[in-house]
Design a protein around this ligand. Structure first.
Ligand SMILES: Nc1ncnc2c1ncn2[C@@H]1O[C@H](COP(=O)(O)OP(=O)(O)O)[C@@H](O)[C@H]1O
Ligand SMILES: [Mg+2]
Length: 517
């Protein structure tokens, strides 16, 4: 008879349903697998045959045909084993047909019938829930991930034998135990360790409050890396939905340890400046998410930004604009979410001493401009807020007086975010933070006081702000006003926002920089 089992394949972080049709009967021994299956899927035949023998079912005298539908979706991976094996058992009348009806079956089998953990369980279960699938059987090794999604009744199995027993109504399978969301194993670094750098601290807080991309410029040793690493500790904790999305992406990338639980802190990714385009934006042979997606809902920190190769900068441009990455591979188009906060750090010039007040910089004005130009164009344009860090004063470093703690700053950031959410709800805007407002929405929801309008008009005139830069100043000013608890944007909010775009000017002469947006 023809049996039908439900499985799924990952396309990006979307779980796409796959119907596994199995025809099995006594006959000339063959085992055919059709339906655009990659090599790893075809090897399933060997594993399934051996695993079935383990539960006492010999298919060496059977004619088995398996079709994976729909036929136009490429099937990769080894997680169809379970569905193929159980479909065969139904087709041979070993287990009842209705026992696997509308049950999502996922998992690779080993030759002795054991189930092997698979990638992307959270993504699969979220997809199943969306499709209205109410039951799923997954490998026992995926228990932690399986426990995170509610709305689907998940059962765990260590072996094919256990499943057969359960489906015949003998011993039921175990349900995943609920896991608690956990704080990171090692506590996050605290802002209290940073001495001085008040301007940069303020910029970091503004950036966090409105999810603005930030560029830090300063001499080596000023604390740029140190500050960036403390950003996750002042951003609001992940909501449950955000955490699930993050874990789905990391699961698809195969980056979750078996002990992974729902994270509360935002991801912080700091790829090296030599990272390839594929490593940064994703794609490649297995269509895995890149750093920009792994940092989704968190921070993508690009240290030594001026050293990043041009193609990498170019590749990041579109995702940062759209909030997602589309990678095409053969006939498959895969989309990954990609909305991190981008933080860049760079020296001000090749020697690193330009503008630190010590006159030690030996770079010519042209060389400084040249160095700055490397940043401009594709990326500088996407960095809303720029801050210049002075060299840290030795006295300040030794004085021992630390700054405010991350917890205190986070409390303020959360308040500013709450004000934004309330405004977005009232204005029926779908953004999460000011930085993500569209050009249209920014005009609509960012009301200016008369004085604020005046200052902004002056800035446009004097600094020659482009339309894009204008929008950025307005979003920044909105965030600064939110930190202030103000309903309308005032003059001082606009002034600080304009000052926060220092790189719109040529560093060597203070005129509007020709290369910036
Ligand atoms: N503002 C600061 N407060 C305290 N320590 C600092 C500060 N700036 C730098 N340091 C010390 O110097 C080290 C190097 O700083 P780092 O953040 O790597 O500088 P940068 O990235 O600007 O080159 C840090 O690990 C820290 O020990
Ligand atoms: Mg550094």
């Amino acid at each position: 008879m023809l049996a039908i089992a439900q499985s799924a394949v990952l396309v990006g972080i979307a779980s796409f349903p796959v119907r596994v049709e199995v025809q099995a009967e006594r006959g000339i021994p063959t085992f055919e697998l059709v339906g655009l299956a990659e090599a790893a899927v075809r090897e399933s035949r060997v594993r399934v045959k051996s695993a079935l023998a383990g539960v006492g079912v010999d298919i060496s005298e059977c004619r088995v045909t398996v079709n994976l539908a729909p036929a136009d979706v490429k099937k990769s991976g080894s997680s169809f084993d379970l569905a193929i094996a159980l479909g065969t058992l139904v087709a041979l009348g070993v287990i009842p047909e209705e026992s696997i009806a509308n049950v999502l079956l996922l998992g690779e089998l080993s030759l002795n019938g054991g189930t092997q953990s698979l990638r992307g369980v959270v993504a699969h279960l979220l997809g199943a829930k969306e499709r209205g699938v109410v039951r799923a059987i997954v490998p026992r090794a995926n228990e932690r991930e399986a426990s995170l999604v509610d709305g689907v009744e998940v059962e765990l199995a260590s072996t094919l034998g256990e499943i057969v027993d359960a489906l015949r109504g003998q011993a039921p399978l175990r349900r995943p135990r609920a896991q608690k969301a956990s704080a990171p194993a090692s506590p996050l670094d605290d802002l209290a360790d940073v001495r001085g750098q008040y301007g940069a601290r303020r910029a970091l807080e503004i950036a966090a409050s409105g999810s603005h991309n930030l560029l830090m410029v300063g001499p080596p040793g000023a604390g740029k890396t140190m500050l960036a690493r403390r950003l996750a500790g002042i951003l609001p904790r992940l909501s449950r939905e955000e955490a699930l999305e993050v874990i789905a992406i990391h699961g698809v990338a195969g980056l979750l340890s078996p002990s992974a639980s729902l994270a509360v802190e935002r991801p912080f990714r700091a790829p090296h400046h030599t990272a390839s385009d594929v490593a940064l934006v994703g794609g490649g042979e297995h269509s895995r998410p890149g750093e920009v997606s792994l940092a989704h809902h968190g921070v993508l920190f690009l240290d030594e930004l001026s050293e990043l190769r041009r193609p990498a900068l170019e590749a990041l441009r579109q995702p940062l604009e759209d909030g997602f990455v589309t990678v095409c591979r053969m006939r498959l188009t895969v989309t990954f979410p990609a909305r991190p906060m981008l933080v860049g750090a760079t020296n001000p010039c090749a020697c690193g001493n330009y503008g630190d007040g010590t006159n030690r910089c030996g770079c010519s004005p042209d060389a400084v401009r040249q160095y700055r130009r490397r940043l401009s164009g594709p990326l500088l344009d996407r960095l809303d807020l720029h801050v210049v860090l002075p060299r840290v004063d030795l006295l300040e470093l030794q004085s021992g007086a630390g700054g405010e703690s991350s917890a205190a700053v986070r409390a303020r950031v959360e308040r500013a975010r709450a004000a934004q959410r309330a405004r977005f709800r009232a204005g029926e805007v779908s953004a999460q933070a000011n930085a993500h407002l569209s050009q249209r929405d920014v005009e609509r929801v960012c009301a200016l006081e008369a004085k604020g309008k005046e200052v902004l008009a002056q800035a446009v005139e004097r600094r020659g702000l482009s339309a894009r830069a204008y929008g950025k100043v307005l979003r920044l000013a909105r965030t600064i006003a939110d930190m202030d608890g103000a309903t309308a944007i005032g003059a001082r909010h606009v002034t600080e926002a304009v000052l926060g775009r220092v790189l719109d000017r040529d560093p060597t002469n203070g005129r509007p920089a020709e290369t910036a947006a």
